[in-house]
Structures are given as C-alpha cells and as structure tokens.
Design a protein around this ligand. Structure first.
Ligand SMILES: [Zn+2]
Length: 137
C-alpha cells in the first residue's frame, strides 16, 4: 500500500487508528476499502454512500508465513493475516511478531498460532500491522 492509499484509508489520532470505510444508504452494505464506484451488493451509485470509520480490531481468519518476497521490507519470513473486522469487512495485513525476520519454530509457527485470535491494527511507519491483543500492554 503506498502512502497516498494509506492516507486515504486510515485516520489516526495519537495512538488510535481507524479505517475509512463506506456504508451503502440503500442496502446497508459496509465496504472497506470504501466504495469508489458503487455498491458491490446492490449497485447503488457512490453518491448513495456515507463515509464511516471502523475500529481496526477483529479476529484472524487466515494466516500464512511468507518465506520469499519481492521487496526487502518486511524482512522474511513474516506472517500475512486476513482479519475479519468486528464490523464485518475483512482485510489483509502483516502480523507483528516479536522478532521480525526470524524463522518460525516448528510447532510454534506464528501463522498457526494466530488463527482465531483477536488482533488490533496499528500504524507502524508506512503500513498497518496487526498485533495480537493479549500481547498488548
Ligand atoms: Zn447497496
């Protein structure tokens, strides 16, 4: 995600991050990223949408360890997660791990352990990373 996209899709106040989404005024469908053309459920035009913000909290529904990547950051291996937000939409992001770039230990694979756990998205430099909630201070 480039800086312009990140700026458009997020708002932050101090430590608090929120995600910019849209709600269809005709059918109530919630979309993140926000709809730019029309409702993917009922087809209502973008003018029939309101901007809403979502808390970046949810449950990890899928996770995978990435061992090879076409860019130097984040350092491999890292864990990509799909997070089902409490308000419905799902999004992908990098899972914050205690030691980025270290190989997962068999049986304690971060991707395996992350599934089903609650996470919160935080802005880390130029990207949103997800932190396991029980590990936050
Ligand atoms: Zn709709």
């Amino acid at each position: 995600m480039d800086d312009a996209t990140l700026d458009r899709l997020t708002r932050s106040e101090g430590d608090q991050l929120s995600l910019v989404a849209s709600r269809c005024l005709d059918c109530g469908h919630l979309a993140f990223p926000d709809e730019r053309y029309g409702c993917e459920r009922c087809g209502a035009l973008v003018e029939r949408h309101e901007s809403v913000t979502l808390a970046p909290r949810g449950v990890v529904s899928a996770a995978a360890t990435v061992h090879r990547h076409h860019q130097p950051e984040p350092a491999t291996p890292f864990v990509m997660v799909t997070v089902r937000l409490d308000e419905g939409p799902a999004l992908k992001g990098v899972l914050a791990t205690p030691a980025p770039g270290t190989a997962p230990t068999p049986g304690t694979d971060a991707a395996h352990l992350a599934r089903g756990r609650r996470v919160e998205g935080r802005l880390d430099g130029d990207r949103v990373t997800f932190h396991l909630l029980e590990e936050l201070g």
